[in-house]
Write a protein that binds this ligand. Sequence first.
Ligand SMILES: [Fe+2]
Ligand SMILES: [Fe+2]
Length: 286
Amino acid sequence: MSARPHAKASNEAGIQSKRIEIDVESIEPEWCDDDFYRIFYNILNAAIPTFERYVIRALRAVRDDPRLADEPRLRELIDVFVHQEAEHTRQHVRTNRRIGMNEIATIKVTERITRFLQRRTPVYVSVAAAGFIEFVGFGFFKSHIDRQVLDTSGMQQEMAKLWKWHIAEELEHSFIKLKVINHIDDSYWVKAGGFLEGQIMSHLFVTTLIPEIVWKDARAHGKRFWPHLWMFLKGLGDTEWGVDRESVAKYFRKGFDPEIKDPWVADRINDWIAETNAFVPERRSR
Ligand SMILES: [Fe+2]
Ligand SMILES: [Fe+2]
């Protein structure tokens, strides 16, 4: 019998929070040969802890909302989501310390602005925003999977492992926020507010980090800042984001069930969970 519980879900929610073992010491600051993808994923690395704290706060705030009283499975999904994101943050914080992404000054400003904005917007709008970002805005993961970026861009093994596990769980839980807000309040004004807050937050978490991270990367590689920035912006221009009329319409559509996924999603989740030896910790198994 295996010492570890199987990573497949056996709970009511249908998914579980899984862990991986990462040898952070083996990750070097120059952990990727490809300039564009190193910067791209370093922006995500730097932003992840702040972003995940933001979505965790939003979902925790509605966990015990009376409108979910008749939906125990949605509450269980929120619990799984929070566990998954908290574990992602824990692993990224360790990794960021190793590669210097914990020293990005811009993210500290972003964190303060995020908390300030979140305190002033209705919590349902923040849940819708989290739904928008993770259901629609993370569409670029599909293009990175199609292009096999994690296997072909010269990423060091442990960093590729971190991201395979993380993206697998992002694909797994991408529907939860949208399903929750569709049940609590699917009015257009909440969705429109979420769309707007999602846009602001995406730019706070990504766009504002670009100059500092490109500048640090250029210095580390003996390159000039402006050509390096141009290279990166051109790469962003070539990125397929998956944010189109169809995906945005799904976000706004009443009665839409975001849990019904394209078949490739389940295959990718299973492959990467197996490949990274992700496991369900004993104390969380039921
Ligand atoms: Fe995450
Ligand atoms: Fe997520």
